[in-house]
Design a protein around this ligand. Structure first.
Ligand code: IMP
Length: 431
């Protein structure tokens, strides 16, 4: 297969970075198509840890073209820092290999200020955003008042639109949110150096993606966040502000519909969630603390502790349907070593009604009583396993049951943090 999308099936943090890194080895082009630096893909390469927020994970493979697609909202100052960090570690050495869409929107400091001030005002009802201004930047995009990379081409027009936005946002910050306005003069002074750094990377990325697909070369689409955080199908309003599903590859990446060959869904062997909102299979108490420590479940973007839960097969089936999943990559199976018994949520109970599928509009998820089945655990260390046969029988049974309940075949199983700690059953690019 030539075009593959890697999509989170849970609430983000499924370990997509590791799978993207593996698949990027076979791709000519790696594309991010939604979200911004609210995502953070952590990769361990040669013992060194890299956190990528906006640059696609293909950057860690020499010779790959990395695309920041039109569907993204980009903090340009954070992007300059990310590029510099990668270069310091001898990555991204060829500037021709990073392409930023003219149509991607810019996240400005007033977006961040609004995001944070709103969360503060919401108090207990807050979404628990990353605070990086993602929602307000997408609002401006939809309101047709956002600034895009393309606008940087005309400095005078850019300045005048930025000044207009600044004025409006500062009034809103001061008078409605009762928050500190953004220092406009400082921001305006930062634009020219940022422009000089990023203009050379700008490209018509949608045309590039369509061209590469037409030539039959391999393209990897790197999803961020996860299905349950999707603006349309997630646990609204406790979601992010972009479309996180495979279908966003077309609008946010420029791939012509019909050209996507496979969707690989990524899921942890258990579940995590950062921020507020319903979480039916959440675990409380000592076991959640233990899994959080074992799995290092602290946000890569914000450092916040993640909430931890059992594998939820209802949301897995939902994600499989919404994304038309070809296969499932399960990550972090090793973290469950020593947990006995294991539980899988196979259905929800709300009041007297049982739901085998996601209730419409994810309604009343905060009132769900999860229905669990129990499976025996294992005590062996899994880190060295490179085939299913090398796993303990109970681990294989757990995997079989997850595949069966999710209705999707297993393609990969992660057994540790290192690049090579993975069991590959089927690689979509080699299929
Ligand atoms: P925002 O995307 O910063 O607006 O945050 C909205 C919600 O999405 C919050 O609950 C965040 O914790 C969550 N979120 C956004 N990006 C990620 C991610 O990459 N992993 C996990 N949660 C995320």
């Amino acid at each position: 297969m030539q075009t593959v999308a890697v999509i989170g099936t849970q609430w983000g943090d499924e370990g997509k970075g590791k799978i993207v890194d593996l698949l990027a080895a076979d791709a000519a082009v790696v594309v991010r198509f939604q979200g911004g630096n609210n995502a953070a893909h952590t990769l361990v390469v040669g013992g060194e840890k890299f956190i990528l927020r906006m640059v696609p994970a293909g950057a860690l493979h020499p010779g790959k073209t990395c695309v920041i697609g039109n569907g993204m909202v980009v903090d340009p100052f954070a992007l300059v820092e990310e590029i510099d960090r990668l270069k310091k570690h001898s990555q991204l050495s060829d500037p021709a290999l990073l392409k930023i869409s003219y149509d991607a929107h810019l996240v400005m400091p007033y977006h961040q200020a609004i995001d944070r001030a709103r969360e503060e005002r919401l108090g207990k009802r807050k979404v628990g955003t990353t605070g990086f201004g993602i929602g307000p930047a997408y609002e401006d995009k939809m309101a047709r008042s956002g600034l895009r990379f393309a606008d940087l081409a005309s400095p005078a027009a850019f300045k005048s639109r930025l000044e207009y936005n600044l004025k409006e946002k500062n009034l809103y910050l001061k008078n409605v949110l009762k928050a500190k306005p953004v220092d406009g003069r400082r921001l305006l002074a930062q634009i020219a150096p940022m422009r000089r750094r990023l203009m050379p990377y700008l490209a018509d990325t949608a045309a590039l993606v369509a061209g590469v697909a037409a030539e039959g070369r391999k393209i990897l689409f790197e999803g961020a966040h996860g299905t349950m955080l999707d603006i349309d199908h997630g646990t609204y309003p406790y979601v992010t502000s972009s479309s996180c599903l495979a279908s966003a590859v077309f609008s946010g990446g420029g791939l012509p519909p019909g050209r996507l060959d496979a969707v690989l869904g990524i899921s942890k062997a258990y579940t995590t969630r950062v921020g507020g909102g319903p979480f039916p299979s959440e675990i409380k108490g000592a076991l959640s603390d233990r899994l959080r420590e074992e799995g290092n479940e602290f946000g890569s973007a914000t450092g916040r502790p993640r909430r931890v839960g059992w594998f939820d097969a209802v949301s897995a089936r939902y994600a499989a349907r919404l994304n038309g999943m070809w296969g499932l990559a399960l990550t972090k199976l090793d973290v469950l070593t020593g947990v006995n018994p294991l539980r899988i949520c196979y259905a929800y109970q709300i009041g007297s009604k049982r739901y085998d599928e996601m209730p419409p509009s994810c309604l009343a998820l905060d009132k769900v009583r999860p229905l669990y089945e129990e499976l025996p655990g294992w005590d062996e260390n899994l880190g060295e396993a490179r085939s299913l046969a090398e796993l303990p029988e109970n681990a294989r049974r757990y995997l079989d049951r997850i595949a069966q309940l999710s209705g999707v075949k297993l393609a990969m199983v992660g057994v540790g943090a290192a690049r090579e700690a993975i069991i590959i059953l089927e690689n979509p690019f080699l299929n």
